[in-house]
Design a protein around this ligand. Structure first.
Ligand code: ADP
Ligand code: MG
Length: 458
């Protein structure tokens, strides 16, 4: 099993219960459940039996709490994997522990976050520049640095890389990175152990204090008060403070006014969802970081459809990669279509739905449906599809469209030509034959056409 496969399918997996003769394994989504139980049923059973020969059955259950990244219930299934896989996982785990400064650690899966592998686009340029500047001149004019955005847009990536960059520049610097949740838990713990005095001094002599997701401090007066004092001490000594949140300081509800005022004293930058070019560049960068060889058309397709945030974007990439590895084929658009459909990220017309209009509708409408679908599938506009552009990807899409209309609707070549921008009989016939010939050998084209047919319920 390749490591990305392992991470995608097993990182969020837990052994929920052990019953007589059986083990119940929890998976975060119905989709994950299906994949893991389809593909690894036997391997998992064998591995479980090695541990405990009385086990006869492995049951699989969906347990949505497992998709929560902070879930503490997770049990990693190393013992259920090959020794080879296990070694690799340990190796990666070793690198995962991010020790920053005075022993504060943050754990995470995946690649190292650096300022270099953060892809800069127009929507995150300012945030990236501010982090670079703060890293090069801690405690300078970008203090405090406050970055806000919706989820999955790169705050944690930037904050952690900023901390590492300060350490690179000065290995003796004391840098602390923590989430506001960890900060709160430490306070609660300190109170429980009657060690509030020690806690008060713990973060007051660091060189850079990075607190991620400060919205978590909302309505937590005790934590806010502690942070207020830490903040003031550090600020007075010109130490760098970096904060992230899901909203600008003025919109933070449940915060003491004096604290909110402090947040806005330095630089406040927003990160917006990336545009298409940046999304594509992020996917390319991530594929490169993970040493995955992947057709750029697949990356384009994902970038086109996933507009919400970078976490989702990368999630779809990882699923595509692991599923294609499971199927022993290279990632392709049809597979991505399937994944997106499962996650309801794209709407696919199924046969029952298209039957509503059914055969009594005029053919033109159905021709239009095919045109719309093909344009969407190849991420081009309808105008491009029926227009005169002869660029390869557009011409290819156009030929596929002609092929589908001819094959599925049995329209005459003349009629198809008229609908597709006034093309003549010979051109349309030629296009149809080109695809027909290519289909004999071109596996990818086959998948594309099958996926399109499936989408349209043809
Ligand atoms: P947030 O903290 O804002 O919720 P994260 O920093 O956790 O978001 O980002 C989610 C994922 O997207 C991470 O894997 C991160 O590395 C990646 N990511 C976000 N923005 C970028 C970018 N501009 N370039 C490369 N990777 C990015
Ligand atoms: Mg984050």
């Amino acid at each position: 099993m390749k490591l990305p496969v392992f991470k995608t399918w097993f990182a969020d997996t837990a052994v929920l219960r052990k019953e007589e003769k059986s083990i119940v394994i929890g998976l975060p989504t119905p989709f994950a459940k299906k994949w893991v139980s389809d593909r690894y049923r036997i391997k998992i059973l064998q591995a479980a039996q090695e541990e405990d020969p009385t086990i006869e059955i492995i049951e699989y259950e969906v347990h949505s709490a497992l998709s929560n990244p902070g879930s503490t219930e997770k049990v990693h299934l190393e013992s259920l994997l090959d020794e080879e896989d296990e070694k690799k996982v340990r190796k990666v785990r070793g690198k995962e522990e991010l020790h920053i400064g005075n022993g504060v650690t943050s754990k995470r899966l995946g690649i190292q976050y650096t300022l270099d592998n953060f892809v800069v686009g127009k929507d995150n340029r300012l945030a990236h520049a501010a982090c670079m500047a703060a890293a090069n001149m801690p405690g300078g004019i970008y203090n405090p640095l406050y970055i806000f955005s919706g989820v999955g847009l790169g705050k944690t990536h930037l904050l952690q890389s900023l901390g590492k960059e300060i350490l690179n520049n000065d290995p003796s610097a004391r840098v602390v990175y923590m989430t506001a949740e960890q900060f709160t838990n430490e306070i609660i713990d300190a109170i429980g152990k009657r060690r509030t005095k020690e806690f008060k001094n713990k973060y007051r002599n660091v060189d850079c204090f990075i607190l991620d997701d400060i919205q978590f401090l909302e309505n937590k007066d005790m934590s806010q008060m502690e942070f207020f004092h830490t903040f003031n001490d550090l600020y007075d000594q010109n130490k760098q403070i970096v904060l992230s949140s899901d909203s600008p300081p003025r919109d933070l509800d449940g915060f003491k006014e004096r604290l909110r005022g402090r947040f806005g004293m330095g630089t406040v930058v927003e990160i917006l969802p990336p545009d298409y070019e940046t999304r594509f560049a992020i996917l390319r960068q991530r594929a490169q970081d993970l040493q995955i060889i992947i057709d750029p058309a697949v990356l384009e397709f994902i970038a086109f459809h996933i507009e919400t945030n970078v976490r989702d974007l990368i999630g779809v990439l990882m699923q595509t990669v692991s599923q294609s590895a499971l199927n022993n084929m290279s990632p392709n658009v049809a597979l991505v279509t399937e994944i997106l459909e499962q996650q309801h990220k794209i709407h696919v017309i199924h046969s029952e739905q298209s039957a509503i209009g059914g055969r009594f509708e005029s053919n033109i409408r159905t021709m239009q449906q095919i045109i719309d679908r093909v344009a969407l599938y190849f991420s081009i506009s309808k105008d491009e599809l029926i227009g005169p552009d002869r660029k390869k990807e557009i011409k290819d899409a156009r030929q596929v469209c002609i092929y589908l209309i001819r094959d599925e609707l049995s329209q005459s070549y003349d009629k198809i030509g008229q609908t597709l921008g006034g093309r003549n009989h010979t051109t349309v016939l030629h296009a149809y034959n080109v695809i027909k010939t290519r289909l004999k050998t071109d596996f990818r084209l086959m998948r594309d056409i099958n996926a399109l047919k499936k989408e349209m319920g043809l």
